[in-house]
Ligand binder design. Structure first.
Ligand code: NAP
Length: 256
């Protein structure tokens, strides 16, 4: 099995669960995010549990110079990244476009699109050079469908779907697998971030419904990663059984 993975947004939720499943399968993992204290806790936990090497990396994916500088100057033992999980991402607000905050749009575009591109740009050339690698982009059902107030977030995730598709074409013949995993509702810190730290409002999103867990998504990621090298799972949409579209859940479906 490949031995080094880089997971962005590994301090919480889906990224953290991905780091864990990789470690459990004997892969050394670079865990990147802005909250170093969380990464240090995760490093401690995973190294103890799975006896693999974990490299915590305080990284803001929106900072172009930092991404290029840190990822092009990884410690020598960590340079051969074979699996990249572009997971760092967020939504900010749920306002209609006419009421939207420009600064929130910029944060989402900078993180979900530009950040993913900066990280990919730092890692991909080495994969091309060695004719080997796996890139997983965490998109969303929101990239396939929009919902009221989802405007810019949905657009960023649609961009991620297109970037995965385009990258698959650009690396054709280079033995690089590009995989998109697109979850529906997952209970993580996602809604707390969306609602600016309002935990009560975030909690309501997951009331009276059984959402996906971060581990459900990580298991799907691992399924795709662990296929033989000639197999690319191009795109998986993974939904809670109680959610039938980006907008429609058992909570708002009146005709049950
Ligand atoms: P989460 O628990 O809030 O985790 C988001 C992660 O992204 C955190 O580790 C956060 O770490 C990191 N992050 C945010 N901005 C960053 C930046 N500028 N630089 C580096 N890291 C950054 O939410 P999640 O649900 O696991 O989200 C993970 C991905 O899944 C996102 O791309 C999200 O869009 C996608 N997704 C989520 C859902 C859902 O319902 N939860 C559904 C579909 C898709 P720091 O704050 O420490 O930097």
């Amino acid at each position: 099995m490949d031995s080094i993975a880089l997971v962005t947004g590994a301090s919480s939720g889906i990224g953290k669960a991905c780091a864990e499943i990789l470690a459990k399968n004997g892969i050394n993992v670079i865990i990147a995010a802005r909250r170093l204290e969380k990464l240090l806790e995760i490093e401690k936990e995973l190294t103890k549990k799975y006896k693999v090497d974990i490299l915590p990396l305080k990284l803001d994916v929106t900072n172009k110079e930092e991404v290029s500088d840190f990822l092009n100057n990884l410690p020598s033992d960590w340079q051969n990244v074979e699996i990249l999980i572009n997971n760092a991402g967020l939504s900010k607000g749920l306002e209609k476009l006419q009421d939207g905050k420009v600064e929130n749009w910029e944060i989402m575009i900078d993180t979900n699109i530009k950040g993913l591109l900066y990280v990919t740009k730092a890692i991909l050339p080495k994969m091309v050079e060695k004719n080997s690698g796996t890139i997983i982009n965490i998109a969303s059902i929101a990239g396939h469908e929009t919902y009221p107030g989802g405007n810019v977030y949905c657009a960023t995730k649609a961009a991620v779907l297109h970037l995965s598709k385009a990258l698959r074409m650009d690396v054709l013949g280079k033995n690089i697998r590009v995989i998109s995993i697109d979850p529906g509702m997952v209970e993580t810190e996602f809604s707390i971030v969306r609602f600016d730290g309002d935990k009560e409002r975030a909690k309501k999103v997951y009331e009276n419904i059984t959402p996906l867990t971060a581990e459900d998504v990580a298991e799907t990621v691992w399924f795709a990663v662990s296929r033989p090298k000639h197999v690319t799972i191009e795109d998986i949409v993974i939904m809670p059984t109680q959610q039938a579209s980006a907008l429609l859940t058992v909570k708002n479906y009146k005709n049950l």
